[in-house]
Design a protein around this ligand. Structure first.
Ligand SMILES: Nc1ncnc2c1ncn2[C@@H]1O[C@H](COP(=O)(O)OP(=O)(O)OP(=O)(O)O)[C@@H](O)[C@H]1O
Ligand SMILES: [Mg+2]
Length: 219
């Protein structure tokens, strides 16, 4: 299902913090049906690049392109609207809310202006099956171990049916079993035409899953 147009692209992006340059003219292009790895040592700027690709940060220079078109003033809302979902390195769930509420937060399906609970439950059970979440959906996230929270985080991203899915070190808190489920899931999404960006320090995972690699070194 691979076609040759990038869904999301950074061209010659620059970004620094307080005068320290972190990214110095970085290019990356994410295509449908591809798993692209982003590698580099701690502090190389991987998460910073993801923040630019998902509208959380603005570049100091260069451009972000969606469907081949440069975007002005990219924002997290604009990125969501363009079908870009990120599983952050630091988990972003609300501990006091349930699994279902966390997954659906901000993306409840609506019908005639009302929350469509039937669609919500159908969508939730689909994504929970995909990531192997068998816990009751009304369980507070606070009661889950770190690896299970990470799977909720991944389910939350999938619930938005992203065209582009960015995973920032998703396996660091997963068991070998959970990491295996995630690997199969990534292959399924790839085969359906999703563009994936995969950050990991585990080179065996990268070799098994990724067909393209970008390495960041000194920006
Ligand atoms: N919001 C910020 N304010 C100031 N400095 C920042 C900020 N975000 C990142 N940095 C700095 O930018 C550099 C790159 O950080 P970044 O988090 O992008 O690296 P990384 O490649 O994701 O590293 P890791 O593998 O540890 O996750 C680091 O020196 C970091 O301290
Ligand atoms: Mg990082």
């Amino acid at each position: 299902m691979t076609e040759e147009r990038p869904l999301l692209e950074a061209r010659q992006v620059f970004r620094g913090f307080f005068g320290n340059p972190v990214l110095k003219g970085v290019d990356i292009a994410l295509l449908p049906g591809r798993v692209h790895a982003l590698l580099g040592e701690n502090g190389a700027g991987k998460s910073t690049l993801i923040n630019l690709l998902s509208g959380a940060l603005q570049p100091d220079g260069g451009s972000i392109l969606v469907d081949g078109k440069p975007v002005e003033r990219f924002s997290p809302a604009a990125a969501r609207g363009a079908g870009i979902a990120v599983v952050q390195q630091e988990l972003s769930l609300t501990a006091s809310l349930s699994i279902a509420e966390n997954i659906g937060l901000g993306a409840f399906p609506r019908r005639f202006g009302l929350i469509d609970y039937r669609a919500l439950h159908r969508g939730l059970s689909d994504v929970c099956d995909m990531v192997g979440l068998t816990e009751p959906l009304d369980m507070p996230v606070a009661d889950l171990a770190l690896g299970r929270r990470q799977m909720v985080e991944i389910a939350k991203a999938l619930f938005r049916r992203p065209r582009v899915l960015i995973l920032d070190e998703p396996t660091s808190s997963l068991s070998a079993h959970e990491a295996g489920i995630l690997a199969r899931l990534i292959e399924t999404l790839r085969d359906r035409g999703t563009a994936l960006l995969y950050i990991s320090h585990r080179l065996n995972e990268v070799q098994a899953l990724c067909s393209h690699v970008t390495v960041l070194k000194d920006g």
